[in-house]
Design a protein. Structure first.
Length: 766
């Protein structure tokens, strides 16, 4: 079967042990298991991508379950760690194990299972309860193992011959344990898997669940009266855990063509997963990603980079560098672990940013000009004509504007990403290096200013360089919708922060006006960026529900209900985009739900009034955990952190956090007749900032916010009328700042530049 063939009914899952599971019931059932070695011990991309696309290594050459065909299939109860396939006369259970390189299989009615080894294998053990084979592959020596619990026994082929496959079968009894797994021969896993086979399915599942809880409990949330959506998101939180190897490598999807490890996809999945409270998963991903920069050997562009794939064979997609820097920055700010930004890591990030500058920065224009839009290379670029991710020639690109070929794209996606990358690098570095990076950010911002509109309308996509040397200014969305949406929703720092709420409202309106064929990774990147302080919660849920309906139903071929799809309104059987489960869509969806009430800022957390969340538990932040409880309804809130009232801010002051468990109570209410809205809202309120908020002193007529700043020192506040604002450095001297209104919302941004201790002092002037 070619990698792009869609078989009949197919069920897919994965294990943290690097085993891909495919159940295919086209004719007679096939259980296909792909293995990649050393899932916990190796972060080498060659091990993690060992099985990929059509270069895959199967655990046994064929595992067949006769009689389990598409004609007899009834339904699937899907859980990434327990797939249950129902047939007219059989029920099959498949459970990927967290702590062993194996899957557990059992049935509810007697079932034949047939095994076949590869012709080049060396026969191993052939015992009543055990069948093994030794498999050479690309310089490695694997051992594949299948072991039985009490019940039916293996029927072994009586005569063997060199260069021929070896066969075995078992008539599996109901509830009899069947373990199928494997590893490198030197790892000697046979005894471990035999021991597992002696346990009942119930005991194995119970032990497995304890480990799954450890992987999935950080950042769990409970929604208010949304049971169907709760079930969908609970199922897919487990999908994320299953699709990340113990090494940290992340599979965005399990369809054959997409099984390679993408830089952008993995970063988006795990940064958003961290926004939803699971910092552990982001730490593992960042460790893996930064262990595997791509070494560019092209004589004109030698150096290190992060591009499309965590691989040597990769498209030169320029946005990969932003995602590497973003992953590192967000890991550092969410863990507060200085090792995350070790000198070695900062050196690597400086190298890859310098490579990007050499490769596509145009000094005359003062902007980056890339050679891609999304995954499509522009004519004449390095990847024009061949897709290394797919392994196929594609023909030469013919992207044209007014009949002229487009050669380069000086667009908002690469440049807004570069702007934010420079700000993040400035924050993570010190001294002259930090100053230089911030200066580069300001220079990019100045050149991008013509993209943005004075009236707050959608900015331009950017400038396209045509083959005759002329420049075409592309309007909103330009060459690619996803790139455009990501450019305005992903970067943690914006060159025009006061415009972003209005721009995102426009993006939302456009999306809901034409929601068909939208990548959910862009859909939920946009939704996660919407701040309920200014945006309608009802409108947010209309967009969430539009996607949820399409995920609840099972696919016609990918028959897995409650698995998140890749795109909206995609027909079953579409060759490239009928994809589920799609982790690339799950990460930003989880962040969207958490963000309705707890927003991850560049250097902190802020609460929001919402009617979506009841509670968040075990949110991981800077080595502690937060339990957040929401009580009542309404647009006003009373905030308590560890039983201490917090006034004049919805951003959490971090001196109130302590080791262990922290409790945040958000009490919601509507303005009462006795306390009109205008009076209740007359005191300034800090909504968010780009600083670490340390402490607040509220004396009624004077409010002082004490913070730590890492370059950009920006504050967004409500109700500043009648108050004067001064930003002070550590010595108490004023720092120059500018003020920008946040469009029609009545909020104000105070923009300054500082490093170290800063204070914002507000004094009542009337």
């Amino acid at each position: 079967m070619a990698f792009y063939d869609l078989p009949g009914i197919t069920l897919l899952t994965h294990s943290p042990q690097g085993i891909r599971v495919e159940l295919n019931f086209d004719q007679n059932g096939l259980l296909e298991l792909w293995i990649s070695p050393r899932p916990a011990a190796s972060r080498d991309y060659r091990d993690r991508n060992f099985s990929n696309r059509d270069d895959h290594t199967r655990l046994f050459d064929r595992i067949a379950l006769p009689g389990l065909s598409q004609a007899n299939f009834v339904k699937c109860d899907y859980d990434a760690f327990h797939v249950v396939a129902h047939f007219k006369q059989q029920t099959l259970h498949v459970v990927p194990l967290v702590d062993a390189p194996a899957v557990l299989v059992w049935v509810e009615q007697p079932q034949r299972v047939d095994f076949k080894t590869d012709k080049q294998d060396s026969p191993g053990k052939r015992e009543p309860q055990l069948f093994t084979t030794n498999h050479p592959d690309r310089g490695l020596s694997f051992q594949f193992i299948t072991a039985l619990g009490k019940g039916g026994k293996f029927i072994h082929q009586p005569t063997l011959d060199t260069g021929r496959s070896v066969y075995a079968s078992v008539d599996l009894l109901p509830e009899q344990t069947l373990i199928i797994g494997g590893a490198l021969q030197v790892e000697q896993k046979t005894d471990d898997l035999v021991a597992l086979a002696k346990l009942s399915p119930a005991k194995l599942v119970a032990a497995n669940e304890k480990r799954i809880v450890a992987l999935t409990s950080p950042g769990n949330f409970k929604l208010k009266n949304l049971p169907d959506l709760q079930r969908l998101l609970d199922v897919n939180r487990r999908v994320l855990a299953a699709m990340q190897d113990h090494s940290g490598a992340v599979r965005a999807a399990l369809n054959r063509i997409y099984y390679l490890i993408w830089v952008r996809d993995g970063s988006m999945i795990e940064v958003f997963n961290a926004f939803a409270g699971n910092a552990d998963a982001l730490v593992k991903w960042t460790d893996f990603l930064l262990s595997n920069p791509t070494e560019i050997e092209h004589p004109a562009h030698k150096g290190k980079s992060f591009l499309m794939l965590v691989n040597k064979i990769t498209k030169w997609e320029e946005d990969g560098i932003f995602f590497a820097i973003w992953s590192t920055f967000m890991t550092w700010t969410q863990t507060a672990d200085p090792a995350v930004i070790s000198p070695q890591r900062l050196k690597l990030l400086s190298e890859v940013m310098a490579w990007l500058e050499r490769y596509c920065f145009d000094a005359k224009r003062g902007l980056f000009g890339r050679y891609f839009y999304c995954e499509t290379p522009l004519p004449g670029s390095h990847d024009d004509g061949f897709d290394g991710a797919v392994g196929n020639a594609t023909g030469k690109g013919h992207t044209r504007i007014d009949g002229k070929l487009v050669r380069r794209s000086f667009d908002i996606y690469v440049n807004h990403g570069a702007y934010s990358s420079y700000v993040m690098l400035a924050a993570m570095n010190k001294g002259k290096k930090a100053t230089d990076y911030l200066a580069k950010a300001h220079a990019i911002a100045e050149k991008m200013r013509t993209f943005f509109k004075a009236d707050g309308a959608l900015p331009d996509y950017g400038d396209l360089l045509l083959e005759d040397g002329s420049i075409h200014r592309a309007g909103p969305y330009g060459l690619d919708l996803c790139d455009y949406v990501w450019s305005l929703t992903l970067p943690p720092f914006s060159s025009e922060p006061a415009q972003m709420n209005g721009i995102r409202q426009h993006l939302f309106d456009k999306m809901m006006g034409k929601p068909e064929n939208y990548f959910l990774a862009s859909w939920f990147s946009l939704l996660s960026s919407l701040d309920l302080e200014t945006f309608s919660e009802e409108d947010l849920h209309s967009a969430i529900n539009y996607a949820a309906v399409q995920c609840h139903r099972p696919g016609k071929f990918l028959a897995m209900p409650d698995t998140v799809v890749e795109m909206t309104d995609m027909p079953d059987g579409h060759l490239w985009h009928d994809v589920r489960p799609q982790a690339f869509s799950v990460g930003p969806w989880l962040a969207t739900m958490t963000g309705t009430g707890l927003r991850r800022l560049p250097f902190g957390l802020a609460v929001r009034p919402n009617n979506t969340l009841e509670k968040i538990t075990s949110y991981q932040y800077k080595g502690v955990e937060l339990d957040v409880q929401y009580k009542g309804t309404g647009s006003q809130l009373k905030l308590t952190l560890n039983k201490q009232p917090v006034t004049a801010s919805w951003q959490l002051p971090e001196t109130l956090l302590y080791q262990g468990k922290n409790t945040v109570l958000v009490e919601l209410s509507e303005p009462s007749a006795a306390t009109p809205s205008s009076a209740a809202n007359s005191t300034p309120l800090l909504l968010q900032s780009t600083n670490v908020l340390l402490d607040i002193t509220d004396e009624g007529s004077q409010i002082t916010y004490t913070a730590a700043s890492y370059g950009l020192c920006q504050w967004c506040l409500r109700n500043l009328d009648g108050w004067t604002a001064v930003v002070l450095n550590a010595k108490g001297k004023p720092i120059q700042h500018t003020t920008k209104p946040d469009g029609e919302h009545g909020n104000v941004w105070l923009l300054a530049e500082a490093r170290g201790s800063v204070s914002l002092v507000l004094k009542r002037s009337v």
